[in-house]
Design a protein around this ligand. Structure first.
Ligand SMILES: C[S@@+](CC[C@H](N)C(=O)[O-])C[C@H]1O[C@@H](n2cnc3c(N)ncnc32)[C@H](O)[C@@H]1O
Length: 202
């Protein structure tokens, strides 16, 4: 592994550990896809659960100097809710929501919020990105590498009209399928190669 990546991993890992412990978040344990209990046919396209490097959320939000109070935040594939809780504590969005297709993670997310020092409200839902329909409002979507291009395409195809009409934003951390997103109409993209991420304005 390259030295820069090793250093980044070390410091970001420490920051995550510090955040999780200091906010009394109980469960951040990574889970492999084979252990998911979801019955969704999209399980074969899923990536494992592990929390994002929380620092990267700050970098993505700072990229376009997003005025967060103009947006509703949605964590697409929120896992155990750690990224969602982090955003709720640090930023003021109109609302904060997370959904995941793995029921065990949504239970864990609700427990994590309940026993943490962070105040809600956060809405957590069980839902599959493949058939999730966005309400007609301005979104700040957050994705941390949740699934392969198959589900990403389904999600965008179902929601691109709302995203365009409302001038929503997609913050994509570890943007492995960025080219799939860019096949859809959008206004602008900021590429952040040093953190393998991108911010897409629709
Ligand atoms: C890498 S984890 C990111 C978790 C969280 N956003 C964070 O950063 O802490 C990706 C999550 O996407 C979820 N996921 C995968 N496919 C999904 C789908 N089709 N619909 C909803 N969630 C999905 C997984 O269950 C997993 O929890």
């Amino acid at each position: 592994m390259k030295m820069r990546l090793k250093i980044r991993r070390f410091f970001n890992g420490l920051w995550n550990q510090h955040y999780i412990a200091s906010r009394h978040i109980r469960d951040a344990t990574p889970v492999r896809v084979q252990s998911f209990n979801t019955r969704s046919h999209n399980k074969i396209h899923a990536r494992a659960f592990e929390p994002v490097w929380l620092n990267d959320i700050d970098k993505l939000i700072a990229t376009d100097r997003t005025k967060t109070s103009d947006y509703h935040f949605l964590d697409v594939g929120c896992g155990k809710g750690i990224s969602t809780i982090y955003v709720k504590e640090r930023y003021f969005f109109k609302s904060v929501t997370g959904f995941d297709f793995e029921p065990d993670f949504i239970e864990a997310a609700e427990r994590n919020l309940k026993y943490s020092t962070v105040k809600g409200p956060i809405d957590f839902y069980i839902g599959d990105a493949g058939d999730w329909l966005l309400d007609d409002q301005r979104w700040f979507l957050f994705l941390y590498n949740p699934f392969s291009d198959h589900v990403l395409e389904q999600f965008l195809r179902n929601n691109i009209d709302v995203l365009r009409k409302t001038q929503s934003v997609l913050a994509y951390a570890n943007a492995q399928e960025l080219e799939t997103v860019l096949d859809f109409p959008h206004e602008m993209v900021y590429r952040l190669p040093h953190i393998r991420s991108a911010l897409i304005l629709f």
